[in-house]
Design a protein around this ligand. Sequence first.
Ligand code: ADP
Ligand code: MG
Length: 479
Amino acid sequence: MEFECVIGLEVHAQLMTQSKIFSGSSTAYGASANTQACAVDIGLPGVLPVMNRQAALMAATFGLAVGATVNPVSVFARKNYFYPDLPKGYQISQYEIPVVSGGSLEITTDAGPKTIRITRAHLEEDAGKSLHEDFHGMTGIDLNRAGTPLLEIVSEPDLRSPAEAVAYLKKLHTLVRTLKICDGNMQEGSFRCDANVSIRPRGETTLGTRTELKNINSFRFVERALYHEIDRQISVVEAGGAIVQETRLYDPDADLTRPMRGKEEAHDYRYFPDPDLPPLVIDEADLALLRSQLPELPDARQARFVSQYELSEDDAAQLTGQSEIADYFESAVEHAQGESRLTANWINGELMSWLNKHDIGISNSPVSPAMLGQLICRIQDKTVSGKIAKQVFAALWEGESDGDVDALIQSRGLTQITDTDAIAQAVNDVIAGFPDQAEQVRAGEEKVIGFLVGQVMKATSGKANPQAVNELLKKQLLD
Ligand code: ADP
Ligand code: MG
């Protein structure tokens, strides 16, 4: 029997507010344990939460960006459960009326574009953290994270493969960062997801029983966790068993999923409207203002890159996958006097490989957009060849010549030799030094010419213009 998988994602995006969702405590990451948890965050008796308006407006901004309905009135609810990192015994969330309903995101799949519907996005507070290390066998509780604002973005079960799930997640990641509502830092847990997955025989229309994979914080882990879970479910069904609805945890070290707990149903949480918080109101005037402040969205920017800069869809998609890369590109093109395609190639190729190798984000690149742009100009006016340009790039990366591209090319003597006399001299020397190969070329074995070009390039330390070398060799040997 052939199976298909069905996936729906719940993404928690931490909103980039300075203070918490219902208190004035700082949300800064990395402080010593329990130094950023006030009476409201830990729910001491008698305290009252106050809504952080900024968080609400960020949620509404998200709604506008995905074409959703931003509900004029939404309601906070208490989700009751016991956990050591939740001292007040309930989490403030939204249940019946979330701030955002509907909307969608378009992803690119092997079969073309596909629309993934968004069910809802709601505001809630994060819980604290249990720390199981360094406590001599005890567990510590750090409540700094308690009360951090989260936007939980829930998708419809529209995804049909782990690859589609990753594409959706990346799209969402780019979007929330472009909107500047979430920093997207996955290592710090600012953007994490629960993946719900089920299988069914291909052609079946009803949904199978799902399991939920909790708190995955990397694109690679999402894909791996889903593959394993789908395989596991298929084996269970093929062996005549049934899938149990449960929450499972992906263990990246062992590379498998393990059961964590049975799945709670909504009624287990005894949701009810929080009596301490008034309904959240977002009116037309709020929306008009937010709409006017929306940045250019990633899809629009990608389309503009294709038309304005004459880039391929692939190049444009790569560059707009992160707004910092797109910003870098637009700045570099300006410095490269509009030479967009070569600039795109250099960013997607050389620059990306250096950044990845050194694990540096593009905003901290030692080679600035101005430097790259200037280098592109020197390739264009044939001051340096593409190959030498890579040496120049490496030297710029190391911080030589204070990033002055022309000074660097001069001081290292890297200027391309376009002087025909100098090249002719090198060509004659090579013909004299490799008589057998020269004879083969004369006898009609034209491909041997490549070898001789290589020798001339070697003799000139790569600085001769390869095209000029090629032409001169042909002239000497074949005319
Ligand atoms: P809960 O809040 O209890 O986790 P929801 O009904 O809100 O449950 O669903 C959460 C996520 O699970 C959504 O993203 C939804 O698309 C997905 N989902 C629901 N049913 C299935 C299923 N049978 N297979 C795969 N995903 C599912
Ligand atoms: Mg869930």
